[in-house]
Design a protein. Structure first.
Length: 248
């Protein structure tokens, strides 16, 4: 979904993400008057033993873990840096949020073990493998340390400049993106390219800090306006997620 400068527009993959998931780790918060998933889905009753299979940690982005827990007959999901939210079953493996328009599909192997989940939001499908508690703790500790240091991930500014340039010319380098981000970019590329062309060439990129999910925050000044970007860069240099708001 993209709008002209002066309104909000985004390239998201992940949870994705006013975020709660796209991009590649952003579940968008519901806006006033918006239709939420609960208006089109009906919750069913699922055996608590089934819910127990899904309790655990899932890596949704390099700096974000989606923690799933059971409380009584209810299942909750909490993304790094965000509050816990209940998710409701519409089948034994498909769940939906009521506070946002997003769904979660849990994946199991032939033996019935839960191997991961897929977060569905804004037309994107974000896969998150299941990880053990030690790995989740390590990711969360590293994210907390990054937030505390307010230091940009090495290479994130250069990656952001390449991303903006690729979108502006209509030739983004998809090999530098996560699959979810690449899919979202392909889907919205014509409109994104038009908006970036309206803003004009980049004049400066200024690092503003680290957000509460460990994403690097940048102000980008362009010839005819400005934009604010969040970017999540993996250790392999792949852009896991990006979120942009066009400003005055």
């Amino acid at each position: 979904m993209v709008q002209k400068p002066g309104n909000r527009w985004r390239v998201m993959a992940a949870l994705c993400c006013s975020s709660m998931v796209i991009m590649a780790a952003a579940v968008d918060a519901a806006t006033p008057g918006a239709t939420t998933s609960s208006e089109s889905s009906a919750a069913i009753t699922v055996d608590p033993a089934v819910l127990d299979r899904y309790s655990g940690d899932y890596q949704l982005a390099p700096t974000a873990v989606l923690a799933v827990t059971r409380v009584g007959d209810q299942l909750f999901a909490q993304l790094t840096g965000q509050p816990k939210a209940e998710i409701f079953p519409e089948s034994e493996s498909e769940f939906f949020y009521k506070i946002v328009k997003a769904q979660i599909s849990f994946k199991r192997d032939a033996r019935g073990s839960t191997t991961g989940l897929v977060l569905h939001q804004n037309g994107a499908d974000m896969a998150a493998p299941r990880i053990d508690a030690a790995s989740a703790e390590k990711i969360n500790a590293a994210t907390a340390a990054k937030i505390q240091s307010q230091t940009a991930t090495p290479g994130s500014e250069a990656a952001l400049r390449r991303l903006i340039d690729g979108i502006s010319t209509g030739k983004p380098n998809y090999s530098e993106m996560s699959p979810a981000l690449a899919d979202a970019t392909r889907q919205h590329l014509p409109h994104l390219s038009a908006v970036m062309a309206d803003l004009g060439p980049v004049q400066s990129v200024e690092f503003r800090g680290v957000g509460n999910q460990g994403w690097d925050l940048y102000d980008v000044r362009q010839e005819h306006g400005s934009s604010q970007w969040r970017i999540s860069l993996g250790a392999d240099g792949i852009i896991a997620g990006a979120f942009v708001t066009a400003g005055p």
